[in-house]
Design a protein around this ligand. Sequence first.
Ligand code: XMP
Length: 323
Amino acid sequence: MADIRPETMERITNSVLAQKFIDEQVAAVREQVGDKKVLLALSGGVDSSVVAALLLKAIGNQLVCVHVNNGLMRKGESEMVVKVFKEELHANLVYVDAEDRFLDKLAGVADPETKRKIIGNEFIEVFVEEAGKLEGIEFLGQGTIYPDITESKGVKAHHNVGGLPEDLQFELVEPVRLLYKDEVRVVGKELGLPDIMVDRQPFPGPGFGVRCTGAITKDRLEALREADAIVREEMDKMELTPWQYFCVIPDFKSTGTKDGKRYMGWPVVIRAVDTVDAVTAEATQLPWELLKRMRDRIITNVPGVNRVLWDISDKPVSTIEWE
Ligand code: XMP
């Protein structure tokens, strides 16, 4: 499939258009793949989940999903991927615990693009290893969407586009590569995926790697995971659904007090944005009571954190992620 979305391509906004897209892609995937096997990078995010459902429909058990726990996932995320895909959808799923491997490679690396490339390359290495253990794999499925392609040209090397080594032995299968996020959701619903999965907010491929800014440390990553879980829980309780909401922990400390003594701690940044296609975005106006509840829970429960900030920046000029 081409890299450029034709101007004549209709925006997928309803069930009829989604079904047409699915029929076309099922046929295209069957033709591309034949009787070979596809290895799919299943992060559990919306994009890769929709691709998994599409490929399951097209080629059934010729699909082998690999979920790599890179240590940069949200709290409870890997467990949920295994539950939904293995137990409920009966997909072939290989679970790989690669946390130590990723964190070792990232140790001391502060540059955002270098971090992205390391994370992307490590993913590919894990896949190549997993493929080596399986028979007949010739294709690599990916949840690349259109903004991944367009934005990789100028701003950030999104891992599923920028990190591929030139000698990659797999041919790529990327059935939603010309779609925007809102269209991917419509297609996912049409494929019968549960709302809880399709309506999930997007999560970047490099995960917390781009939200634990600068050089990643295990303690700061753990603090981020806890703070992020609190923010998502409080937001869900209020039934507020900004398009994307999460925390960032920058790699600097500021002064606070604890037991009457000076105490240097990290800040937690709360970020919530609304957008249609992630190309532009507006900071969501959050209720003050909600912000205070998040602040209190974070300060009380997350070790190492002594300050909570709210990011009110729009895109442009700020990107949604901090790195
Ligand atoms: P930015 O930060 O560029 O993000 O405004 C736009 C949307 O893309 C997500 N994002 C990524 N997704 N790999 C991904 O798969 C990446 O490297 C990546 N970087 C950003 C981001 O979460 C937002 O939804």
